[in-house]
Design a protein around this ligand. Structure first.
Ligand SMILES: Nc1ncnc2c1ncn2[C@@H]1O[C@H](COP(=O)(O)OP(=O)(O)OP(=O)(O)O)[C@@H](O)[C@H]1O
Length: 638
């Protein structure tokens, strides 16, 4: 579920990032379009200005051309007037000279003719000559008059021409001057206009330059924007690609998750089915397990011989143990060497004892616990279980029950917690509480706290046993139980130094109450696991025991024989269901009342020493254990 949530979150983040990029790109594009539009407007405006400038320049050139033509006209007019006057003067001089030449020639001719005539006349016709002379003179006069007239005419014409020419020149000059003034005004205006236009052009050019500058920077920003746009487009594309890939991965993951969810659903259904089956099988297992334990016997006895120790002063007894693989023949055989009694040699004894299990000195605690663990399971299944270690002092009871991390008690507590963890999967929840006490001289002592003052009272109520005033602690882990166990043993050893080897002379009882409930099936169970290290069972020669030692011995003998009696009475209930069970005869049996009998399971270790010196005590222990082993508890009906 967390993967789906994470993927959805990534998807939302990517979508939001993409949306931001798209909206930013849209803004950039709008800016870009505005800049492009502005650039287009500026280009149009610049083109207009350029066109106006060209028109003005064209106009200026035309005006300049027309000014030049006018100037040329003026120059031509000036040149033309002077030439005409000069020509007229020259013509006039020429005509005058020509006329003079002609007159002179004519005169000479006439004079010659006249002289000729005169001479002729004189010679030929003197009269006529005179006449002719007169005529000639008259003709001369006429010519002179004509000449004068011509001269006058010429002069007046010249004057007239001069006047006309002067007027014309003046007019032309005035006209030219006016025109020139006009043109100059026009030129000035044009110049001013040109200046203005130039200034405007300069201003426009400046503006243009500025605009171009702006355009350049706009172009740069435009390029940057385009570049950015391109980059953003690339980024957008990359993001889109990434998004696409992620969506692909997401959909693959979704598909996988869906497949997995389907698988999980199937698995959950399977698991539920398996759980149901397991729960049913667990109930069945409990039933079968209990049946198996019953078939094995609700009271079982295991015989365990310890190895010969370096501190054992005597030799090893002649003991025969069953073959490791022979489960059916669990028998221990002890042979006693022939002894001479009152001078006669008694025959060698061979004693055999049959038990549920016989363990030779090489058997380890781990191997023994394999058998005990079934009873621990029974306690978890809601049955009351008692495990006793019986035997003479130094036979290995404490080693069997309490050896650190290895004895039946540490192993049993470890199994309780380990099995409760396994059973949790089947709906079982367990709570454990512990009592640790010592019964010495028929008095109860709390081994969890050190006090001699407390008074303890055993009470039974509706199948439950309570010891008032005794501290009971919740047991939450095997480690914690080990710590409590260590503390109890320490308290026991402190008491032992005070009470002179009391540890061997007292029963130590570790009671674990087990509460189980199954939330799935609604089942409940309550069991008790009692782990008891009994006081040394050796018989002391009563005549030698006095004082405290005697009292101790009596108390031990009493409680052990009471235990034997209770077990025997329970065994005979099969024949006599109303048989009284003497639980109250000892503190130990009264304390264990609810854990001995009925469906309870009892296992007794009979610990024996292999030393020859302990042979008789070993025989006694084996006899007691045989008595217990022959008992089979009667099951309650119903
Ligand atoms: N199976 C065994 N293997 C090795 N050593 C053992 C074994 N059983 C007992 N011992 C040793 O024998 C000695 C006596 O054993 P233990 O103290 O258990 O006897 P006990 O019956 O409990 O005596 P007590 O009644 O005084 O408590 C101890 O040193 C113990 O380590």
């Amino acid at each position: 579920m967390s993967v789906t949530r994470r993927l959805t979150q990534i998807e939302h983040e990517q979508e939001s990032r993409l949306r931001n990029v798209i909206s930013e790109t849209a803004v950039r594009r709008a800016e870009l379009n505005a800049l492009r539009q502005r650039d287009m407007d500026m280009k149009t405006y610049i083109a207009d200005l350029e066109f106006q400038r060209v028109v003005l320049e064209d106009k200026y050139h035309k005006l300049q051309r027309s000014l030049c033509e006018k100037q040329r006209e003026v120059d031509e007019l000036q040149t033309g007037g002077e030439d005409a006057i000069r020509e007229l003067v020259l013509e006039y001089d020429f005509q005058v000279k020509q006329m003079k030449i002609n007159g002179d020639n004519h005169q000479h001719q006439m004079q010659h003719d006249i002289q000729t005539q005169i001479e002729h006349i004189l010679q030929e016709k003197v009269g006529r000559f005179q006449q002719e002379r007169t005529q000639a003179q008259e003709a001369l006069l006429e010519v002179e008059t004509e000449l004068r007239e011509l001269d006058t005419k010429y002069r007046s014409e010249v004057l007239k021409l001069n006047e006309e020419q002067g007027e014309r020149l003046e007019g032309t000059k005035q006209h030219v001057g006016a025109k020139r003034a006009l043109i100059e005004t026009e030129i000035r205006e044009v110049g001013a206009e040109m200046e203005k236009i130039r200034a405007e052009i300069a201003a426009e050019e400046k503006m243009l330059e500025e605009q171009q500058q702006v355009n350049r920077s706009v172009g740069v920003s435009l390029m940057e924007a385009i570049q950015k746009d391109r980059e953003q487009s690339q980024e957008t594309q990359a993001l889109a690609e990434e998004l696409r890939l992620q969506e692909l991965a997401l959909s693959e993951k979704r598909q996988k998750i869906e497949t997995m969810l389907e698988y999980v659903a199937h698995t959950q259904m399977d698991t539920a089915r398996i759980h149901e089956r397991l729960t049913a099988e667990e109930t069945n297992r409990r039933r079968l397990h209990n049946r198996l334990q019953e078939l094995k016997g609700n009271i079982r006895v295991f015989c365990r011989a310890r190895p010969l120790l370096s501190q054992d002063t005597s030799e090893v007894s002649d003991m025969a143990f069953p073959d490791d693989f022979d489960d059916c023949n669990q028998e221990i055989i002890l042979r006693d060497a022939p002894q001479s009694v009152l001078g006669a040699t008694a025959a060698a004894r061979e004693l055999s004892f049959r038990f549920d299990q016989v363990f030779d000195p090489l058997t380890t605690n781990a191997e023994i616990f394999e058998e005990i663990s079934q009873l621990v399971q029974s306690a978890l299944d809601g049955y009351n279980v008692c495990v006793f270690a019986y035997g003479q002092t130094g036979s290995g009871k404490t080693y069997t029950m309490s050896a650190r991390g290895d004895g039946m008690i540490p192993r049993a507590t470890q199994q309780l917690f380990a099995s409760s963890d396994v059973l949790r999967a089947k709906g079982w929840e367990y709570a454990f509480r512990g009592l640790f006490l010592e019964i010495y001289n028929e008095a109860i002592h709390d081994l969890l706290i050190q006090t001699d003052k407390a008074k303890y009272e055993i009470r039974h109520d509706q199948g439950k046993t309570e010891v008032t005033g005794l501290s009971s602690v919740a047991l939450t882990s095997a480690t914690m139980v080990n710590e409590i166990f260590e503390r109890a043993n320490k308290n026991r050893s402190v008491a032992a130094t005070k009470a002179n080897e009391r540890s061997s002379r007292s029963h130590s009882v570790f009671v674990i109450t087990i509460h189980g409930s199954n939330s799935k099936t609604g089942e409940r169970c309550e069991g008790t696991l009692n782990l008891i290290d009994l006081a040394g069972s050796e018989r002391l020669n009563q005549s030698q025991a006095t004082g405290d030692r005697l009292k101790e011995t009596q108390a031990i003998n009493k409680s052990l024989s009471c235990l034997g009696d209770v077990i025997a009475a329970l065994g005979s209930r099969a024949e006599n269901p109303n048989r009284h069970i003497p639980y109250r005869n000892s503190k130990l049996t009264y304390l264990l009342q609810n854990s001995l009998g009925g469906e309870s399971k009892t296992l007794m270790f009979v610990n024996i020493s292999p030393a020859k010196a302990h042979f008789n005590e070993t025989i006694n222990s084996l006899r007691f254990a045989t008595k217990v082993n022959s008992t089979r508890l009667a099951r309650k009906k119903g």
